[in-house]
Design a protein around this ligand. Structure first.
Ligand SMILES: [Zn+2]
Length: 416
C-alpha cells in the first residue's frame, strides 16, 4: 500500500533533531520546493524533491495524489481540548457580550457548572454523537491527533462515562483521540471539597488507570479551582498510578503551578497567561511544553499569553485550541496560528512548529507524528496554498483541502 504525494509547491517537513524545538530552532520548518512524499502502510518512507522521490521503485506502484499548487505539511496535533460535552453555553455568550463578569455568569447558573449539569443529564449516545461530529470537524482543519479531557462530569459516574465515550467513539476514520482525566476541573457544587478530593485520589484516579481509560491526568490549578497544594497531591497520586501529567496553569492568576508541573516532569503546562520571568526560566530548562491557547484569550476578550518572552526565553511552545463549550468554541488550528502571529507576535514558522512538532510532544506523540520524516506516521495536511505562510495569513478561511491519517484519506474538501 504505497501513497505518493507529489508536485507540491512546498513540502514543509518540520524535520530536525528529535525532541521539541526551542528558540531559533522553532523558525526552521524545512521547506522543500516542488516536494514529494512517499508512504508505505501508513509510514513515511521518503520525503524530498519530486524528481528524486518519483524515481524510487516503490513510487511506481503507488497511488498518486497530485499536489500541484498546494502546500503539504504534517497534520496538526491539537493537544488540549474538552471535546465531550452536551451543549454550547449560549446564555453565557450573550451575558458576556452584555458586560457580565465571570462571577455574575456563575451566579446566573452559567459557567462550568452549567456544562456539568447538561453533561450529567445527557445520555451516552448523545455525548458520543456530538464527540464524533466535532472530531470529524477537526479533520477538516487538518488535525489528526486530538487530546480530549473529561471534566464536565465531576462525579464518578459521569467522569467515567465521558472517558468511555472517548474510547468508544475512537476509529480509524477520526483523529486519534488521546484521553485525559480532568476530574480536577473545578470542585463540584454538590460535594464537599475534602470528600471530592478523596474521591479523586482514592477512587477515580486508581480506577481510570486500572481500566486504561486515560493516558494523562490534568488539574485546573487557579483561583476558583484547585490550590497548588491540592494540585501537587493529585499529581503525586496520578504519577503513582502511571498517568502522565498535564496542568491548566497560570491562567487567571499566578499560582506557581507551571514551576511545580515542570519539576514533576509534566508533559505540558497550558494557558500560562500570568507566567513570570522566573517561571519561564524553569520551563526552559524542563521537558514540559508551554502550551498556549489563544482562542480562549480571543473569545473572552482577555490579554494573550507572552509567547515572545517564552520563545526567546527558551521554552518549547505549542499551540492548541482549548475547544470547549464556554471559553473557546473552535477546533481550527489554522485560526490558532493566525492569532499566534497577529496577537502574540509569533512568526508563521514558529506558529507552524508550535502546532505540529511541539504539539505532538505535548500530547505524548513526538516520536509518531508532527513531522514528515522517514519512519514517522503518514499524518498529512494538504492546503490550497502555494506558501505555508498563507495558512495563518488567510484569517479564519477554510483552506485545508485534504487530510491523511496513517496513509489514508480521512477528509477531502469539495472544491467551492
Ligand atoms: Zn482547558
Amino acid at each position: 500500500m504505497e501513497l505518493l504525494i507529489t508536485g507540491a509547491s512546498q513540502l514543509v517537513t518540520l524535520s530536525g533533531a528529535p525532541g521539541p524545538r526551542r528558540g531559533v530552532a522553532m523558525r526552521e520548518v524545512g521547506v522543500i520546493e516542488n516536494g514529494a512524499l512517499l508512504a508505505r502502510n501508513g509510514t513515511i518512507v521518503a520525503a524530498g524533491r519530486s524528481s528524486d522521490v518519483e524515481r524510487l521503485p516503490a513510487a511506481k506502484r503507488a497511488t498518486v495524489i497530485d499536489a500541484t499548487g498546494k502546500v503539504v505539511l504534517p497534520a496538526f496535533v491539537d493537544s488540549h481540548t474538552h471535546l465531550v460535552f452536551a451543549a454550547p453555553r449560549l446564555t453565557d455568550f450573550e451575558m458576556r457580550i452584555g458586560g457580565a463578569k465571570y462571577e455574575e455568569i456563575a451566579q446566573a447558573g452559567g459557567g462550568i457548572a452549567s456544562s456539568v449539569r447538561t453533561t450529567r443529564n445527557a445520555g451516552r449516545e448523545e455525548l458520543a454523537a456530538r464527540a464524533f461530529h466535532y472530531a470529524q470537524h477537526a479533520l477538516s482543519y487538518g488535525t489528526t491527533t486530538l487530546e480530549v479531557k473529561s471534566g464536565y462530569g465531576l462525579d464518578a459516574e459521569t467522569e467515567i462515562r465521558i472517558l468511555e465515550v472517548v474510547r468508544d467513539v475512537s476509529s480509524a476514520e477520526l483523529p486519534e483521540l488521546i484521553p485525559t482525566f480532568l476530574g480536577a476541573h473545578v470542585v463540584p457544587q454538590d460535594t464537599p471539597r475534602a470528600a471530592y478530593l478523596k474521591l479523586l485520589t482514592h477512587e477515580l484516579i486508581p480506577q481510570v488507570s486500572r481500566e486504561g481509560l486515560a493516558e494523562f491526568c490534568d488539574v485546573f490549578c487557579d483561583r476558583g479551582a484547585y490550590t497548588l497544594a491540592e494540585a501537587r497531591t493529585i499529581f503525586r497520586t496520578a504519577a503513582r498510578h502511571k498517568l502522565k501529567l498535564k496542568i491548566h496553569a497560570e491562567q487567571l492568576s499566578r499560582t506557581g503551578s507551571a514551576v511545580m508541573a515542570a519539576r514533576m516532569g509534566a508533559a505540558s503546562a497550558d494557558h500560562l497567561d500570568c507566567v513570570t520571568r522566573a517561571d519561564i526560566a524553569v520551563l526552559a530548562k524542563s521537558r514540559t511544553i508551554a502550551t498556549l491557547l489563544p482562542g480562549c484569550s480571543m473569545f473572552l476578550g482577555l490579554a494573550y499569553p507572552p509567547a515572545r518572552r517564552l520563545i526567546d526565553g527558551g521554552a518549547a511552545v505549542a499551540l492548541a485550541t482549548d475547544f470547549n463549550p464556554g471559553t473557546s468554541p473552535t477546533l481550527s488550528m489554522p485560526l490558532m496560528m493566525s492569532l499566534a502571529c497577529t496577537q502574540m507576535r509569533m512568526s508563521p514558522a514558529e506558529a507552524l512548529t508550535a502546532a505540529t512538532v511541539n504539539a505532538a510532544h505535548a500530547a505524548g506523540r513526538g516520536r509518531v507524528v508532527g513531522s514528515l520524516e522517514c519512519g514517522m506516521q503518514a499524518d498529512i495536511a494538504v492546503f490550497d496554498a502555494s506558501d505555508y505562510r498563507e495558512i495563518p495569513y488567510y484569517l479564519g478561511m477554510h483552506t485545508c483541502s485534504m487530510t491523511i491519517r496513517k496513509g489514508k484519506i480521512v477528509h477531502s474538501a469539495r472544491r467551492p
